[in-house]
Design a protein around this ligand. Structure first.
Ligand code: CA2
Length: 165
């Protein structure tokens, strides 16, 4: 059986990769959740979503590091930095899902397990939402289950992480 991947901190002490937090990334306009378009995205706010991710993670004995940005470059930088500091990535890239080769490249380079989440069912909406550039980097994609989709993504991630501990 291959040895689990290890990460060294500044003092050179190795920690199992599986103990590192899961990066939960939300892209552009998701800070507007619960404020407008509630028929499509529901009434929960980004705060509610972060709270759900933190509670679900605590129940699963993992940690969620929740971040949101409207800036593509910031999302790319966070993904780049996560390679050594996080155990996996759950990402709703919002509109960038349908446009961003840069985010796809960063996710592929991260070499971490990735789950893509969409709150709405992108396949039941406008044609331009049917394809996502970043899906190629994802082990799994969840769409249309509302914010609950993030909880399911964390469940799957926790299983993969514990298998590597
Ligand atoms: O369904 C999803 O989660 C999306 O990733 C959300 C993106 C959209 O561009 C994707 O096609 C599907 C947009 C998020 C916008 O969120 C808003 C929330 C409230 C009010 C306005 C926008």
């Amino acid at each position: 059986m291959p040895a689990p991947r290890q990460k060294s901190n500044k003092r050179g002490v190795s920690a199992p990769k599986g103990k590192l937090p899961v990066l939960v990334l939300n892209g552009p306009n998701l800070n507007m959740l619960g404020v407008r378009e509630t028929k499509i995205y529901g009434k929960a706010t980004l705060r509610d979503l972060d709270a759900l991710c933190r509670k679900t993670s605590a129940d699963l004995k993992i940690t969620a590091d929740c971040r949101q940005s409207n800036i593509e470059g910031e999302l790319v930088s966070w993904v780049q930095q996560s390679r050594k500091t996080h155990s996996g990535i759950i990402i709703n890239a919002g509109g960038y899902s349908h446009t961003s080769v840069a985010l796809l490249d960063a996710l592929l380079l991260s070499d971490l397990p990735v789950i893509e989440v969409h709150i709405s069912n992108i396949y039941g909406r406008e044609h331009f939402r049917h394809s996502s550039y970043i899906s190629k980097a994802a082990r799994g994609v969840i769409a249309g289950l509302g914010i609950e989709g993030y909880a399911f993504a964390l469940q799957a991630m926790a299983k993969w992480i514990s298998a590597r501990r």
